[in-house]
Design a protein around this ligand. Structure first.
Ligand SMILES: [Zn+2]
Length: 225
């Protein structure tokens, strides 16, 4: 009987120690985007280069920025899909480019993934003096506006943009069921920004601030009112 008591005490002590030394795993802090599905849509591709200035094509940089963003979002736990992963538009034709066909297929593919949100990645072009990132949302989407403002504010810490978020009726935002925004990361028509936008280090920086925005958006949904 005495032996039994000692044995029981040993078990209790052992269980207590096991509890005390149990490693604490902070899943939520290291993987804040766990279970979130995000689609990235690198604009243009294939025969459609998008904006093209001084030998720099928008579609190529959109893809590179999207790859950097995919890596960053995945490191935070998200499941990420891209509408395209190489230099082809959605029709995958190397002849007879049709914007209408491309955009139709793009919107369908985004919704097929049933994402928590999607981001369409683009670069702007205008006069050489124009500069700054800008985030667009569908004018009838209140949630899109909120998402745009959060991402815009995070991007501003990097790009220093003086632009504001803007409402629009771009097809990719209008035709999709999913929540999404379109991000113009900067102007390739501006020599300074073009230099930055060509750099892999800058792609990584963009990826971080955009991901910070995405993370803040999801946190705002779960925060108590
Ligand atoms: Zn574009």
């Amino acid at each position: 009987m005495i032996h039994m008591k000692k044995w029981m005490s040993f078990i209790v002590l052992f269980a207590l120690c096991a509890c005390l030394y149990k490693p604490v795993i902070h899943v939520s802090s290291s993987q804040p985007l766990l279970k979130k599905v995000i689609v990235l849509d690198p604009g243009h591709g294939g025969l459609d280069n998008g904006a093209s200035v001084a030998g720099v094509n928008e579609d190529e940089l959109n893809l590179k920025i999207s790859f950097a963003l995919k890596e960053e979002l995945e490191s935070r736990g998200a499941t990420v899909y891209l509408t395209r992963t190489d230099d082809q538009d959605m029709t995958k034709r190397d002849y007879n480019y049709s914007k209408q066909d491309d955009m139709y297929l793009r919107a369908l593919q985004i919704d097929e993934y049933q994402p928590d949100l999607f981001l369409s990645i683009h670069l702007n072009s205008s006069s050489s003096s124009a500069w700054g990132s800008q985030v667009f949302y569908y004018h009838k989407s209140e949630e899109g506006k909120r998402l745009a403002e959060i991402i815009h504010n995070q991007m501003k810490t990097l790009t220093g943009t003086r632009k504001n978020v803007s409402s629009c009726s771009f097809y990719i935002l209008r035709a999709t069921q999913s929540l999404g925004v379109l991000i113009e990361c900067g102007f390739i028509s501006n020599a300074n920004e073009r230099g930055q936008l060509k750099s892999q280090a800058y792609h990584k920086k963009l990826a971080v601030v955009i991901s910070d925005g995405v993370e803040e958006y999801f946190q705002s949904l779960s925060a108590p009112l």
